[in-house]
Design a protein around this ligand. Structure first.
Ligand SMILES: [Zn+2]
Length: 464
């Protein structure tokens, strides 16, 4: 078992603890490769369901076999397999594994050695990567085959940024090439000209691949709604609609450049009818409130943002770019004006989030892991809290991290605790429908049928 840790350059320093952690991980992964896992039984647990009206059902027993939920029902009726690993769930609450619907993990192997365990240790069993590359495709497939431990990875192709002179033909070619390469989604960005955008949408529709991203500026939010494109940030609703130059006759679309006019442009009266249209078009929208709120917080007091204990868990190659001298947000011109702009915009994003939820828009909980001060895994719990603070119910917030991403990805066998579902589960010590912060009180995480209890989870993220 020593060979694998030593072969990995990041742990070759040979710390006893790192060695032990890796030995444990490697053992578990070899066990899974060996095929048949021991069945897992979680007894007398309260099962949380957020599919439809949120509800808690007490005294349930969940039987897991070969990575799937085999059965779930009242404890006195469910047949338990012999020689199963058993977890006493009598004091616990089971939710489906969480999906972070917006991450950036096109990173080095040593960075991933931190990021992947961080996700799992915090109950994030699926991530949607929104800027792909061949290394992410390989990672996705290695995890799917059980050769590497990590959350299930779903990935877009490389961001299609667009450029002046990009033709409709260019758009079609790039979209089809990405689909051909095996990417799960297409991610679009601000600068794609209208005809190229429409041909990307058309090609993706032909192949039944979802398109998600920014509000492409050439078409604005109206064009995005018409195209059925999903949104990777709530702030894009502001740029593509409320401050969209063509609509507002303003020359720029960033709050910091709009300055004092911003107040008039962020018109709450327009929110409800817009929410109706987005709901009708069946767009999935990722509010990403944590990411935006943290822009405000780090501009106000970077030291405070960096002093959060979880920051130390992230790879140094990433946190280096969070420091004052290299932080993108702190290097903007006219910082006081930028701070004023984002501070004014954040409550508007909360208002939009609440109204979209009320109108029936499917929200996705995503956090933009990869940008400054966002910590893999813990940020998902920050986002759930942000959603509830914005005014949506704990049940809707949980749906945004479980059932909604499953629907977005067309994964009808995940995101719920029912027979036949992929066995991705999180066991909590308190009921998150009563208090959403309890999603942090994790007692165990089940990843494709494999249980990681509290000690295992602590070991996963003991990096020093
Ligand atoms: Zn992003």
């Amino acid at each position: 078992m020593r060979t694998s840790p030593q072969a990995d350059p990041t742990v070759s320093k040979g710390s006893e603890i790192v060695g032990r952690r890796w030995a444990a991980i490697v053992l578990m992964f070899v066990a899974s490769l060996a095929g048949a896992q021991r069945p897992l039984v979680i007894t007398d647990v309260t099962v949380i369901s957020v599919d439809g009206d949120p509800r808690s059902t007490a005294d349930q027993t969940i039987v897991v076999r070969d990575g799937r939920i085999e059965s779930v029902g009242p404890s006195d009726t469910v047949k338990r397999p012999r020689r199963a690993q058993t977890i006493d769930g009598s004091e616990l609450f089971a939710i489906a594994g969480l999906t972070d619907a917006h991450v950036h993990i096109k990173r080095s192997r040593s960075d991933l050695d931190r990021l992947l365990p961080l996700f799992l240790a915090h109950g994030v069993t699926t991530v949607i990567n929104l800027d792909g590359g061949s290394s992410v495709l390989r990672l996705r497939d290695e995890i799917d085959r059980g050769e590497r431990l990590g959350p299930k990875v779903v990935t877009s192709g490389p961001i299609i940024r667009g450029h002046e002179g990009m033709t409709a033909e260019d758009g079609r070619t790039v979209a089809l090439d990405q689909i051909e390469a095996g990417y799960d989604l297409i991610k679009v960005y601000n600068g794609i000209p209208g005809p190229a955008y429409l041909s990307i949408i058309q090609a993706a529709r032909e192949r039944d691949v979802p398109v998600i991203g920014h509000a492409v500026r050439s078409v604005g939010l109206d064009g995005v709604i018409e195209a059925g494109q999903h949104l990777a940030h709530m702030e894009e609703v502001v740029y593509g609609y409320f401050t969209w130059p063509q609509r507002s006759s303003r020359p720029a679309d960033l709050p910091n450049e709009i300055g004092p006019r911003l107040d008039a442009l962020l018109d709450s009266e327009l929110i409800a009818p817009l929410a109706e249209r987005v709901a009708e078009a069946k767009l999935f929208v990722t509010p990403n409130l944590t990411a935006y709120h943290n822009i405000v917080l780090q501009l106000e007091d970077l030291d405070r943002s960096l002093a959060r204990p979880e920051v130390a868990l992230m790879p140094a190659s990433m946190t280096r770019f969070w420091q004052r001298d290299r932080n993108d947000y702190l290097s903007r011109p006219n910082l006081p004006r930028f701070l004023a702009g984002v501070s004014r915009t954040f409550p508007f994003l909360q208002e939009l989030t609440k109204a979209f939820d009320a109108a029936g828009v499917a929200l996705l909980a995503g956090t933009d892991v990869g940008i400054p001060v966002i910590v893999a895994g813990t940020s998902q719990h920050d986002e759930l809290e942000e959603l509830v603070t914005a005014g949506i119910s704990p049940g809707s917030a949980l749906a945004a991290a479980t059932t909604a991403p499953a629907a977005f990805l067309g994964r009808s066998d995940s995101g719920r605790i029912e027979a036949g579902m992929v066995a991705d589960l999180v066991l909590l010590r308190a009921n998150p429908l009563v208090d959403i912060t309890k999603t942090r009180a994790i007692e165990a995480v089940v990843v494709r049928g494999r249980a990681f209890e509290r000690n295992d989870l602590d070991d996963l993220v003991r990096f020093d």
